[in-house]
Design a protein around this ligand. Structure first.
Ligand SMILES: N[C@@H](CCC(=O)N[C@@H](CS)C(=O)NCC(=O)O)C(=O)O
Length: 202
């Protein structure tokens, strides 16, 4: 199997961590989704990472679908063990933070052409995305009060991916809320290979 990724995408990272945690053996190919890489276009008509090329030539796309395929294909260790609803609910809130962060960057590029130009963030849509990041992070922190940090599950994975991505894309942002439980979770897993080897980088 081969997973097409780039080094920044929180979606690609989510799929990659799920596959690693499930113990799959797979190659990684780094592609630029914004440059119409032919391998990526062939695997995903939407030209987005991640895309997982199966050994039989079929391609899976959408990070959570890749995660659910992996869960069904190899049930143990489960990423939904214990309270499945709690893990799924947490993953949903965390994915909302991921989406809001990515949309903010895409909004910046659409309006100014520059990823780091923050003018879009003050626009009404940018403010909505900012609010989604703040309230999502706060909600995740609350939800962690009721969930043990081990064993790892899908909700915990996407939560760490979301927090890392917000810090990566908005360094030193003064609007990031205090999320001590989330920070502690991130620290717990920071040295684990599936997280350490996939930390976002330019
Ligand atoms: N819903 C998709 C989103 C994937 C996605 O948007 N990936 C971004 C990278 S962060 C991408 O490849 N963007 C290229 C583009 O939109 O053209 C998923 O969950 O996998």
């Amino acid at each position: 199997m081969k997973l097409l990724i780039n080094t920044t995408s929180p979606y690609a990272r989510t799929a990659r961590i799920c596959l690693l945690e499930k113990g799959f053996d797979f190659d990684v190919q780094i592609v630029n989704p914004w440059a119409d890489d032919p391998d990526l276009l062939k695997a995903n008509t939407a030209a987005r990472v991640p895309a997982l090329l199966l050994d039989d030539g079929r391609a899976l796309t959408e990070c959570l679908l890749i995660g659910f395929w992996a869960e069904a294909e190899r049930p143990e260790p489960s990423l939904l063990q214990g309270d499945r609803a709690a893990a799924s609910a947490l993953a949903g809130v965390a994915m909302g933070v991921v989406e809001a962060a990515v949309h903010t960057l895409v909004g910046r590029v659409i309006t100014s052409g520059v990823l780091t130009e923050p003018a879009f963030d003050s626009e009404p849509v940018g403010q909505r995305r900012r609010r989604s990041m703040i309230t999502g992070l706060e909600r995740m922190n609350e939800m962690l009060d009721e969930m043990a940090s081990e064993p790892i599950n899908l909700g915990l994975i996407v939560s760490i991916v979301a927090l890392d991505y917000v810090h990566f894309r908005f360094p030193q942002a003064d609007w990031i809320p205090a999320v001590p439980r989330l920070d502690a979770l991130r620290t717990t897993y920071s040295a684990r290979a599936s997280f350490a080897d996939t930390t976002p980088r330019d």
